[in-house]
Design a protein around this ligand. Structure first.
Ligand code: ADP
Ligand code: MG
Length: 241
């Protein structure tokens, strides 16, 4: 079966292609469907660059990025937008909700591009909001009236409302206190288990990383460690490179 994500010899240089420093160097990575992968690394190590390449928000300088078997670099701009819209949910550290929109308007936002009717969009917003553990009475509120943890749940609902198979989360607990952060991680784990959603979680936290089936560590744009946790006993088994 095709992997959810496959990177083959991916490098990314910003600025001058010849002189620019490499944000990512020769990355090979396969992520099977349904895997919960944690990506760890210091600030500036290339984690967000990796997510942006997978989401097709940027193109690699060399190498190929596949999402559900589609070569993202070869797609037209429209096809890449379509892939993002249908297959990928993206969650950020700073939530990135529209502050002047209600919770409902935030969640239905991506559905506008799918030409879903307003009534159906409203129905899906309510269902999705409940799935992330927030009562539908919050639909008419604005993000500023919610706690940080609730805002991140709304952002997750917005990411999920299109029913993607892949969720990319860039330090989603970075702005949350540890207890609220843990609840958000529990939610990601539940979504991974119950929907077989492939999750790629970027985190600074070794605790957060333990939610993954596997942890990949990036240093200066290279993968320096790739460790699987065995499901049965939760043992960490280094696979080596
Ligand atoms: P992380 O998310 O791990 O903190 P990033 O992927 O954001 O790291 O950045 C990796 C490296 O690439 C850093 O040295 C950063 O300064 C550089 N970088 C990231 N985005 C850009 C950009 N748009 N233009 C130039 N350099 C960038
Ligand atoms: Mg980053």
């Amino acid at each position: 079966m095709t992997d959810a994500i496959a990177l083959e010899g991916v490098s990314k240089r910003y600025g001058d292609e010849a002189l620019g420093l490499s944000a990512l160097s020769d990355i090979d990575l396969s992520v099977p469907h349904g895997q919960f992968l944690s990506v760890m690394g210091a600030s500036g190590s290339g984690k967000s660059t990796l997510l942006n390449l997978i989401a097709g928000l940027d193109r690699p300088s060399s190498g190929r990025v596949f999402v559900h078997g589609q070569d993202v670099g070869q797609l037209s701009d429209d096809a890449r937008s379509d892939l993002r819209l249908h297959e990928i949910g993206f969650v950020f550290q700073s939530f990135n909700l529209f502050p002047n929109f209600t919770v409902e308007e935030n969640i239905v936002w991506p559905l506008k591009f799918l030409r879903v009717s307003w009534k159906e969009a409203q129905r899906r917003a309510a269902v999705t909001l409940e799935q992330v553990g927030i009562e539908t009475t919050a639909l008419e509120r604005r993000p500023g009236e919610l706690s940080g943890g609730e805002q991140q749940r709304v952002a997750i609902a917005r990411a999920l409302v299109t029913e993607p198979r892949l969720l990319l989360a860039d330090e989603p607990t970075g702005n949350l206190d540890s207890r609220t952060g843990q609840a958000v991680l529990d939610l990601l784990l539940e979504l991974n288990r119950e929907r077989r959603l492939t999750v790629l979680l970027v985190t600074h936290s070794t605790f957060a990383a333990t939610y993954g089936h596997r942890t990949v560590e990036i240093q200066d744009g290279r993968i320096v460690n790739d460790v699987h946790a065995s499901d049965s006993q939760g043992r960490i088994v280094p696979i080596g490179r």
